[in-house]
Design a protein around this ligand. Structure first.
Ligand code: NAG
Ligand code: NAG
Ligand code: NAG
Length: 649
């Protein structure tokens, strides 16, 4: 839950004055924008050729932004879309998130936070088109790449490969989604806003791992998608061998220079993921990608035949609950043009808006002219789009020197270009935009300590109790993903062992060490009910070793490991065969040497007491005994109940 603090309100007020001025400018532009206005629910035909996507035969340039419906509350969708539209976007992209729609096999949920139909309709109401990336594997730093946990338990399944069980379930879900969209009349030929859909996702990165079964899977996925007859084009991103008529698209930071191009003569240059920053995993510093660099690369792409750019993310939002993939933080792409809370981040938002406007001024030349490149220096060039025999001409002057500014002479005039920048000349004369020159105001987001929230509240705490012997026994500790089945991040592993006096060191001698080697992601350790310590892995190295000297007692000892996960993986081949949890448990330095207790018989319990009783709810919190107090050791819940409802404003 996000508490809005007083500082925010001031900021919002300040921003809205800025926005009013820019929306006046926007109004002027809208007059001449697309007569096939996407808010009109008349059917539209979508086609493509080597130059662009066409809507009702009309060429279109798309500035699109990723906004994912489950990452922001539905109440905020209209505001986010309004700001996207004002930022000069004419398309919004979203993935479809299978595991929130079908958390239990055959039990579907497309309501509330997951109301995909409503989200797409809102995109249309805001006069934008939609790109629907169905996947159903979606990566996107989303738990399990969007695949429901239960899919792992389907016998003989191999994800994302020519494997009957996987294909059967994938086809069933994709068909369901497409049918749902059709029923709501959301595809453009039905009068809706969706003009392009995606099947699979960045498959080239794992295709080799499956050899021929990877290649045949791509063919199958393409055929299956086409058979659903959406009557709008399908795309595959990072898929050099996308079967016709599916369009292969680029994902990357600099598709203007890295994309090898469409894999057929009749397919356009489309860029489905141009990262506006970088997602973060625990331990990462804030990610940066400057507005200047972003503007440079999208303009470069458009100057080199690109006709669709999608910002990933335009607004990231929050990975609520347990929806993020392994080690990804809950805050998602906070550095995007609209930050985690949907506030406009300047100068990124405004600079890109200016870039869109400038490129749009070149639209006629881009679509009616033909391109040529004029070298202006070793690292300098002009990309010119011109229609011979007419005055129609637009030019993109590029200084690719990262250190030095350059004076460029083009058609008898001098232009000053800062290092690594592009200037836009919609009429081949007048410079209306340079990617390094920001005219947008900067803003900053300040967090102000809330007076109300820092009143001297009476905090109470509840410490998780180590279960005594929960049963569910097995010789060795069970694999953690399989144990929790994505219902909780936590599971207890408990064993008992008898130690004789002669096993243990004398007083003042060095204590024995408990050593747990784990495949991930973290664990809290308790001996005889007492918290001993915590260890965890990282995104790069998930496995880790916990080691701690322990004071065991003569007689029976209980060792309790509370294993925890921070999300299922979301990438790579054979995702169904990833493992986590404790693998080997030993006690070193006993008088009798090392004792391996991995096969000592372990009992298991999934989830925490606090989770089971939902002690974070009104009904749940009285179910446990809360005590007053300060910091505690081990897993502890804290609660405070304000005596009155504070007005945070
Ligand atoms: C852009 O399209 C033109 C005309 O089809 C072609 O000659 C040119 O090579 C393309 N540019 C790039 C960078 O692929
Ligand atoms: C511009 O420079 C970057 C590296 O700074 C390089 O990757 C790219 O290929 C260059 N582009 C051109 C057109 O020279
Ligand atoms: C294809 C591509 O350009 N990938 C890059 C995306 O951005 C990340 C983070 O900056 C890079 O590590 C990738 O190489």
């Amino acid at each position: 839950m996000v508490q809005v603090e007083p500082g925010r309100i001031l900021l919002i007020a300040f921003l809205s004055t800025l926005l009013i001025t820019s929306s006046i400018a926007q109004k002027e532009e809208e007059e001449e924008v697309d007569p096939n206005s996407p808010e009109s629910t008349t059917p539209k035909e979508v086609t493509y050729d080597s130059r662009s996507l066409l809507v009702n035969g009309k060429r279109m340039l798309f500035f699109s932004g990723s906004i994912h419906y489950p990452r922001s509350p539905p109440d905020t969708w209209p505001d986010l879309l309004r700001k996207a539209k004002m930022g000069g976007l004419n398309m919004v992209e979203t993935y479809v998130f299978w595991n929130v729609h079908e958390p239990v096999q055959g039990k579907y949920n497309f309501e509330g936070d997951y109301d995909l139909v409503k989200f797409i309709k809102l995109i249309q109401q805001h006069k934008m088109f939609a790109m629907l990336r169905v996947g159903p594997f979606i990566q996107g730093e989303w738990n399990h790449g969007g695949l429901p946990y239960w899919l792992r338990e389907v016998p003989n399944i191999i994800f994302r490969c020519d494997n009957e069980p996987f294909k059967m379930h994938m086809k069933k879900f994709v068909t369901l989604v497409i049918e749902k969209m059709k029923q709501a009349k959301l595809f453009a030929p039905q009068g809706g806003p969706i003009i392009v859909s995606q099947i699979e996702n960045e498959y080239n990165t794992i295709q080799l791992a499956f050899k021929e079964r990877g290649d045949s899977y791509v063919q199958w996925a393409a055929k299956m998608a086409l058979s659903l007859d959406t009557k709008v084009p399908w795309i595959m991103c990072k898929q050099k061998d996308a079967p016709d008529p599916i369009i292969n698209t680029c994902n990357g930071r600099h598709c203007g220079d890295t994309f090898t191009g469409p894999n057929g003569p009749n397919k356009p240059f489309l860029w489905t993921e141009n990262w506006t920053a970088q997602f973060r995993v625990f331990g990462d510093p804030p990610s940066q990608r400057s507005a200047e660099d972003l503007a440079f690369s999208i303009i470069r792409f458009c100057s080199k035949n690109g006709t669709l750019v999608n910002y990933y993310m335009y607004h990231g939002g929050t990975n609520f609950g347990r929806t993020s993939s392994s080690y990804t933080t809950t805050r998602y792409y906070d550095e995007a043009p609209l930050d985690e809370f949907g506030l406009i981040r300047q100068p990124k938002w405004g600079h890109l808006k200016d870039a869109h406007r400038a490129v749009n001024l070149c639209k006629r030349a881009l679509f009616s002219g033909s391109p040529f490149v004029q070298k202006l220096g070793p690292d300098q060039e002009a990309r010119v789009w011109e229609q011979p025999g007419t005055s129609l001409c637009s030019a993109f002057l590029t200084n690719n020197d990262t250190k030095k500014p350059q004076a460029l002479r083009f058609r008898g005039q001098d232009y000053q270009l800062p290092p690594r920048s592009i200037s836009i000349l919609p009429d081949c004369k007048t410079e209306v935009f340079n990617s390094q020159m920001i005219t947008t105001h900067h803003n900053s987001r300040n967090f102000v300590r809330s007076v109300a929230a820092n009143k001297n509240f009476n905090w109470e705490m509840y410490r998780e109790v180590v279960p005594d012997d929960p049963g569910n026994k097995l010789n060795e500790p069970r694999e953690l993903y399989e144990l929790t089945k994505d219902t909780s991040d936590y599971a207890w592993y408990i064993t008992k062992l008898d130690l004789g006096r002669r096993d243990l060191p004398m007083k003042n001698e060095i204590l024995p060490v408990l050593r747990v080697a784990s495949l991930g992601h973290g664990l809290h350790c308790y001996v005889n009910g007492k918290y001993i310590g915590t260890a965890h892995g990282s995104k790069v190295e998930k496995s880790f070793v916990f080691q701690k000297p322990v004071e065991f007692q003569a007689g029976s000892n209980q060792i309790a490991l509370l294993g925890f996960l921070v999300g299922l993986p979301d990438s790579g081949a054979y995702m169904e065969k990833r493992y986590a949890g404790p693998r080997s448990i030993t006690i070193l330095g006993l008088n009798t040497g090392t004792l391996d207790i991995t096969l000592n018989t372990w009992s298991h319990q999934v989830g925490l007491d606090g989770e089971k009783n939902q002690i974070y709810t009104q009904n749940g919190f009285p179910k446990v005994q809360w005590v007053k107090g300060g910091p505690s050791e081990g897993v502890t819940w804290y609660k405070v109940i304000p005596l009155q409802h504070y007005n945070f404003f």
